[in-house]
Design a protein around this ligand. Structure first.
Ligand code: HEC
Ligand code: HEC
Length: 294
């Protein structure tokens, strides 16, 4: 009897451990415990770019223009276990980085023993090469000795580059290209009046999550019939909006929709709309004209 009790207790304990292991494995695998959106989308929706691509869509020049060296100094904490950046600072696991912006790649630096992989990269460290390097050192130079995964956040990279640039380099920042940089520079490119027919085609990118016919069902996102002029984050057949969007309040006028569709997460942090945004201002105008006509 006692034996059998032990056996049963053993199995109960064992299945508990298995369940615990599985739940921690699945939460790790799916990141179910994180409110943020996973780095890689579990499934691809046609026309929806993942977050990374959306960030990359903001030109480096625009990110540099609004970069903050003080924030870059904070980012540099991630580098400081291997690098100094002060003038005459010692080499450590990595080389001293004083005046590295504009300097030759993998040369000098007090005789630091660079890897062959990085040495093969002739040329200078400019803003572009540094951005690529800091995105993924291993992708930039196979066999690099810099065992650092990279900085995913494009603005973090721009901030740390501008910080490094302030240390003995002071290379002029590249000009911001006129097109595409509109949100950062505030100079909106000319947009023709929205064309609802073209907007209907753009709506294909929304169709995976939204219906827009009157009385249409809510899906991953709410039904969008008569959304222009309607309340933000309210109603829509009891759709469970995120707190962020529900708190925003007000009505969806065209300006607000334009901002939302350019980058939902920029407008409402914590939104449930995991859509990177429409970069093209004309696409947004067409789409809004289509939503208005609907
Ligand atoms: C784990 C240690 C480590 C960390 C963390 C690290 N690096 Fe490095 N870094 C290195 C090593 C080692 C090299 C030399 C790479 C080679 O030779 O392949 C290097 C090289 C570089 C170079 C090229 C220098 C030259 O003269 O060509 C730059 C620029 C650089 N790192 C910037 C950074 C920045 C910015 C960060 C933080 C965001 C960072 N590193 C984080 C170890 C590190
Ligand atoms: C991956 C799914 C997904 C895609 C694709 C998507 N949305 Fe959404 N959308 C949502 C979700 C989820 C919400 C609710 C957001 C919240 O609560 O924070 C939402 C909310 C909205 C709202 C606010 C509705 C309200 O009542 O306040 C509008 C407007 C909207 N989406 C328009 C669009 C348009 C237009 C497109 C295509 C360019 C699009 N969405 C693409 C999922 C999506």
């Amino acid at each position: 009897m006692e034996n059998r009790f032990n056996t049963i207790a053993g199995w109960v304990l064992f299945s508990g451990i298995v369940a615990l292991g599985l739940s921690s494995l699945s939460s790790h695998y799916f990141r179910a415990d994180k409110a943020e959106r996973p780095e890689t989308m579990g499934y691809a929706i046609a026309g929806v770019s993942s977050g990374g691509a959306a960030v990359a869509a903001v030109p480096l020049e625009a990110l540099l223009a609004k970069a903050d060296p003080a924030k870059g100094q904070a980012v540099f904490q991630k580098c400081a276990s291997c690098h100094t950046a002060t003038q005459g600072g010692a080499n450590g696991i990595g080389p001293n980085l004083y005046a590295v912006v504009g300097d030759s790649i993998a040369q000098g630096r007090g005789g630091f023993a660079f890897s062959d992989g990085l040495k093969k990269h002739a040329g200078k460290w400019d803003f572009k090469t540094l951005d690529a390097w800091l995105t993924s050192p291993a992708a930039f130079a196979a066999g690099t000795k810099m065992t650092f995964a990279g900085l995913d956040d494009a603005q973090d990279r721009a901030n740390v580059i501008v910080y490094l640039n302030s240390l003995g380099s002071n290379v002029a920042l590249p000009p911001v290209p006129a097109a595409g940089a509109a949100p950062a520079a505030g100079a909106a490119p000319a947009v023709a009046a929205g064309d609802p027919a073209k907007g209907k085609a753009v709506f294909a990118k929304c169709g995976a999550c939204h219906t827009n016919n009157p009385g249409g069902a809510n899906g991953i996102g709410p039904n969008l019939a008569k959304i222009v002029g309607d309340d933000v984050g309210k109603g829509r057949g009891g759709f469970a909006f995120s707190d962020g969007l529900a708190k925003l309040g007000g009505k969806w006028d065209e300006a607000k929709l334009d901002k939302w569709l350019a980058n939902p997460r920029d407008m409402v942090s914590g939104t449930k709309m995991t859509f990177a945004g429409l970069d093209n201002a004309q696409d947004r105008a067409d789409l809004i004209a289509y939503l208005k006509a609907n």
